[in-house]
Design a protein around this ligand. Structure first.
Ligand SMILES: [Zn+2]
Length: 334
């Protein structure tokens, strides 16, 4: 058996039981934070339902032709549909994509027993796309399994939710991520620890960052820029807002990083945060210095404003204006 999923043991166990008893549903919704392993679990399920190993409890075996084709992204009956990203960095699952998938799913399977459609980030589907998909959920073609992923079940149409079996994946523990990175043996102990904390439960992010130093170096660069902003007066802050507003597609990652910074500070300011829970553990001393220098209400306010900015940008607000307001809300720190 080779589910190849790190963490989420309970979900694997339930799906495993369903495979053994041939009680596979026709629609699943896998929710949880980004990069926590939703698509990985979906692909493992796609492998399990198409695996040719003679023993049901050994599926997915990871070595049969079908398992290998799915692992390499070349199985003709597995459809992976992801939202399209606009120039502004906004992701949307569109009705054209749903219609194309619906056409594809009416054709008989070529290779496997089941056609499996994995619709990633279904919470980005616009209403017309979600409604079009509802028809497929209500009357799925035979031998088709639909798997949706999303951040939260609540963000979806109830009519979609109610037709799916839901698996809500929780963040993977820092300890398990740390151990996984150490077992890979490609990082120094310090790096493994830092990345495990930065991952904040996102095992997918940790594995990517372990393979590509640019990913976690970008995190460090975002923090450096935040320190620069905090040191500036109003004029300096507006100049940085203007510069950043020219590349809106890069803002999401930047704001997410800043949010982790304020979150660490807020939690430190409000009490004894076990270091296990700190995201920016590499900056432990700086964090403590700021906690001593900035009133705790101001730290909480900065966290709220940062998350608010993410929310506004996701709704097509004026980028420069959002950044200017955000930067004005940040404390001045020398
Ligand atoms: Zn197999």
């Amino acid at each position: 058996m080779s589910w190849n999923v790190i963490g989420h043991d309970w979900a694997v166990k339930q799906l495993q039981t369903a495979i053994v008893h041939s009680r596979i549903g026709h629609a699943y919704l896998i929710t949880g934070p980004a990069q926590v392993g939703r698509t990985t679990l979906a692909l493992a399920l796609a492998q399990a339902v198409n695996c040719t190993d003679q023993y049901l409890n050994n599926r997915p075996c990871g070595v049969c032709r079908s398992c290998k084709l799915i692992a390499s992204g070349r199985h003709p009956d597995i459809y992976l549909v992801a939202p399209q990203v606009s120039a502004r960095g906004r992701s949307t699952l569109k009705i054209d994509q749903i219609r194309q998938l619906q056409k594809d799913l009416t054709l008989a399977a070529i290779e496997g027993r089941h056609k499996v459609a994995i619709l990633r980030h279904f919470d980005t589907a616009n209403p017309s796309a979600a409604n079009a998909f509802l028809k497929t959920l209500e009357e799925p073609p035979p031998n088709v399994i639909l798997i949706l992923t999303a951040s939260e079940a609540d963000a979806m149409l109830p009519t979609i939710n109610s037709r799916c079996r839901t698996f809500n994946l929780r963040p993977v523990s820092t300890q398990l991520i740390h151990q996984t990175l150490e077992n890979k043996g490609t990082l120094s102990p310090d790096q493994a620890q830092q990345i495990a904390h930065l991952a904040n439960g996102r095992i997918g992010w940790a594995l990517q960052a372990a393979a590509d130093p640019e990913i976690w170096q970008a995190h460090a660069a975002h923090l450096t820029q935040l320190q620069e902003i905090l040191g500036q007066n109003r004029v300096g802050r507006f100049a940085i807002a203007e510069k950043l507003a020219k590349k809106p597609e890069q803002l999401h990652g930047r704001l997410q990083t800043w949010s982790t910074w304020w979150r660490d500070l807020t939690m430190l300011a409000w009490g004894d945060l076990p270091t296990e829970k700190l995201i920016n553990i590499a900056h432990y001393d700086t964090l403590n210095r700021l906690v001593a220098a900035v009133p705790q209400e101001k730290l909480l306010e900065s966290l709220k404003q940062t998350d608010q900015a993410v929310w506004q940008l996701n709704r097509n607000a004026n980028v420069r204006l959002v950044l200017e307001c955000l930067f004005l809300s940040y404390p001045k720190v020398k």
